[in-house]
Design a protein around this ligand. Structure first.
Ligand SMILES: O=CC(=O)O
Length: 350
């Protein structure tokens, strides 16, 4: 008797061991995989999702009613190759009892490392300095005492908008630089003791205090780190009002999701020297940022193309965990990391 193979859809080629792990299952699974390096076409995904039991997606693939309808009622699991899950309609999954796997732990170090890079780039005018040298302008700007000066990290108050694992790992890296104080805003203040990932909240050499409001965080921080999830309550949480309250020598770094910062407001704040600088790993409407985008005209803004988790080790691990989550979702076994979908999803408030 021939058994019909369960179908899984994978929206990207995977790396080394993860691809081997997936390929090893081809005897029992029909694996349909997008073949290009580019994000998969929506129409390809909708066509191929039909009859799938599991789908492994990237953060660029929307998981919504349309996709779930196209897949059909046999769909058991979505495995997302990401920590963020704002591309997934959680309520639509919960309604259908579809499990959701993600990769929140293995990318913490890589993203926290990039956070430090962006803070230093923004304070020390890294992007602006490199651009000048590359344009051959160094001969016109010989060394002088005020050349390319920016604020120093030692003594800074760092304000974390979102104080989860990545923010706390960033704080761990910032402590040896001699920062003086931390303030934070979190959607889950009651859970911080339980989510003290590195023991810093319980026991830190410098004060760590709740900011109480976004206004206060804006007013008191020398460095603002945006590390919160994108929800309806965090979209444009950082806008003109926020920038107007920031210190003139403060910098802002976004390693979360672009739409948390209103880009037009950021351009204006930089243009009017309302703030000192910005370091962005993410931006609204990425990756469609053309060379004439106004943010690219801002010398004090350094923008990198969403590379927070882009270390070889981390991407290999994300791929492995995503495949493991996908396979566990098919068999009902525990995932490496699974989003808790059992209760109604409340939008966290800031
Ligand atoms: O932004 C990256 C991720 O969510 O993994």
């Amino acid at each position: 008797m021939t058994m019909t193979k369960r179908k899984v859809v994978v929206t990207r080629q995977l790396i080394d061991e993860a691809q081997i792990l997936l390929d090893a299952k081809r005897e029992e699974l029909e694996v349909v995989q997008w073949q290009s390096e580019k994000p998969c076409d929506r129409s390809w995904l909708l066509d191929n999702a039909k009859d799938a039991t599991g789908i492994l997606v990237m953060l660029s693939d929307k998981v919504d009613e349309e996709l779930l309808e196209a897949a059909g009622s046999q769909l058991k699991a979505i495995a997302s190759f990401s920590v963020g899950t704002d591309h997934v309609d959680r309520d639509a999954l919960r309604k259908r009892k579809i499990r959701l796997g993600y990769t929140p732990t293995c990318l913490t170090d890589a993203v926290a490392d990039l956070t430090i890079m962006l803070i230093l780039m923004a304070q020390r005018r890294g992007g602006e300095s490199i651009a000048k040298v590359m344009k051959g302008e160094w001969p016109q700007m010989p060394w002088h005492p005020l050349l390319m000066t920016g604020p120093q990290i030692r003594g800074s108050t760092v304000g974390f908008l979102g104080f989860g694992r990545i923010a706390q790992a960033s704080l761990q890296r910032l402590l040896p630089f001699g920062i003086k104080r931390v303030i934070y805003l979190t959607s889950k203040p009651g859970q911080l003791a339980k989510e003290d990932h590195f023991g810093l909240i319980k026991d830190c050499a410098i004060p760590i205090e709740p900011a109480q409001s976004a206004d206060r965080l804006a007013k008191e921080s020398d460095v603002v780190v945006v590390g919160c999830a994108l929800t309806s309550s965090t979209k444009h949480l950082v806008s003109t009002d926020f920038f107007n309250k920031m210190k003139k020598l403060a910098v802002i770094v976004n390693i979360a999701r672009g739409p948390v910062i209103d880009t037009d407001a950021l351009v204006k704040a930089l243009d009017e020297e309302q703030i000192f600088g910005a370091g962005l790993d993410v931006i609204e409407n990425e990756p469609n940022i053309q060379a004439d985008h106004p943010i690219l005209k801002q010398p004090r803004c350094v923008l990198v193309p969403h590379i927070g988790s882009a270390t070889i080790e981390t991407r290999e691990q994300m791929a492995m965990e995503s495949v493991k989550n996908l396979l566990a979702g098919l068999t009902g076994e525990p995932m490496v990391n699974e989003v808790e979908l059992s209760s109604v999803t409340e939008t966290p408030k800031y």
